[in-house]
Design a binder for this molecule. Structure first.
Ligand code: SF4
Length: 358
């Protein structure tokens, strides 16, 4: 359907929105040779050159016409902040006065980029800062790939190794925007694109069960925002659970594990007095028994007006110890970047305070 729309559409397309095959078909429909797509991909994604004048092997005719069919437009950084722990937070302008946040978390050899997929989110998880704002925009593939390119370029320019992992855990529910998210994943992963390793891309979902097979097909890793060990608790903090209860979600996860051969990460936000009871730890252990996966315990990062609180450190340790004792790989996520509000569940598209540093 999209291809047909493309062929009819006479507007200038954004290069960064086009997975390789889509670009090839578009150029062909405009009367150009299919290999022009290879040439453009190679210049932009391998040689990192976005100025058409510098693309020396393009024919004069093609170069002369390119402006009328393609533009090279990436979202711009409008604010940048760096935490004392090295975490970087970027605010990107995605048009119409809307912004999204992207966070880069350095940890030993890793440079993990947490990208946003939507402005606002309709899933309305009660503990989430982003979820307070209804969906305003689904990002295009180019607006997601642009977050990667900008941060990666900056890291490399600063003498760093560049982004090593991409996680779709920023603003928005990735599976509520399959076109943008899987288009971006294709550009990131394809040989003709950025050649980013499949296993280094993770898609996190609050549980849009019907679309989990798209993650399996893409080769990306799956993370599930579980956050509740029984339907009553989970439904009270995540409305999506009323549509897809835990048993349905777990079946989809098991199917993904079987078909992809990869483990699933279960994110578990610990909310004081809501999800941090030891009965929850016991329920969680039962739920995950025999499932190839690991648990990420995320002590809640308090933010003004949320109505939820951070659990006691002692309880987090106890919870982890119990799950480990049951043979479940369990990690505690250390809060990074909370001095700049870049921690999990704290992204809302507003950078408070400082002006951009670069
Ligand atoms: S946790 Fe994720 S899915 Fe839930 S409201 Fe926030 S951004 Fe949306």
């Amino acid at each position: 359907m999209h291809m047909q729309e493309d062929l009819k559409n006479t507007q200038v397309k954004n290069f960064f929105d086009q997975p390789h095959d889509q670009l090839r078909d578009y150029l062909k429909a405009k009367g150009h040779k299919a290999f022009r797509a290879d040439q453009l991909y190679s210049w932009v994604y391998k040689k990192r050159e976005e100025s058409v004048e510098s693309m020396t092997d393009l024919s004069k005719d093609f170069r002369a016409e390119i402006d009328s069919i393609l533009e090279f437009k990436r979202p711009e950084v409008v604010e940048f902040r760096q935490s004392v722990d090295g975490t970087q937070k970027y605010l990107f302008d995605v048009g119409e006065g809307k912004t999204v946040e992207t966070v880069m978390i350095p940890l030993k050899e890793r440079r993990t980029l947490c990208v946003s997929s939507e402005v606002g989110c309709n899933l309305g998880c009660k503990f989430c800062f982003t979820g307070k704002y209804k969906l305003k925009k689904r990002l295009s593939a180019g607006e997601i790939v642009g977050q990667f390119l900008e941060v990666n370029d900056r890291l490399i320019k600063a003498g760093d190794k560049g982004v090593t992992n991409v996680v779709f855990m920023g603003m928005g529910e990735p599976l509520d925007n399959p076109e943008g998210v899987f288009g971006a994943i294709e550009i990131l992963q394809k040989d003709k694109g950025l050649q980013f390793s499949r296993k280094r891309v993770t898609v996190s979902t609050s549980g849009l069960v019907d679309l989990i097979p798209l993650v399996t097909k893409s080769g990306a890793r799956l993370a599930v925002s579980l956050n509740g060990s029984n339907d009553e608790v989970r439904s009270s903090i995540m409305p999506i659970n009323k549509k897809y209860p835990i048993s349905v979600l777990m079946d989809a996860c098991k199917k993904h594990i079987e078909e992809s051969g990869q483990d699933v990460t279960f994110e578990y936000v610990m909310l004081k007095g809501v999800t941090d009871d030891m009965t929850h730890a016991r329920e969680l252990a039962k739920l995950l028994k025999g499932v190839n996966g690991m648990v990420n315990l995320i002590p809640f990062n308090e933010h003004p007006g949320s109505g939820f609180y951070k659990p006691d450190n002692k309880r987090v340790d106890e919870f982890q110890k119990y799950l480990l004792g049951k043979g479940i790989k369990t990690y505690k996520r250390t809060t990074r970047g909370d001095d700049i509000y870049a921690a999990c569940g704290q992204l809302n598209g507003v950078v408070k305070g400082n002006q951009p540093k670069n």
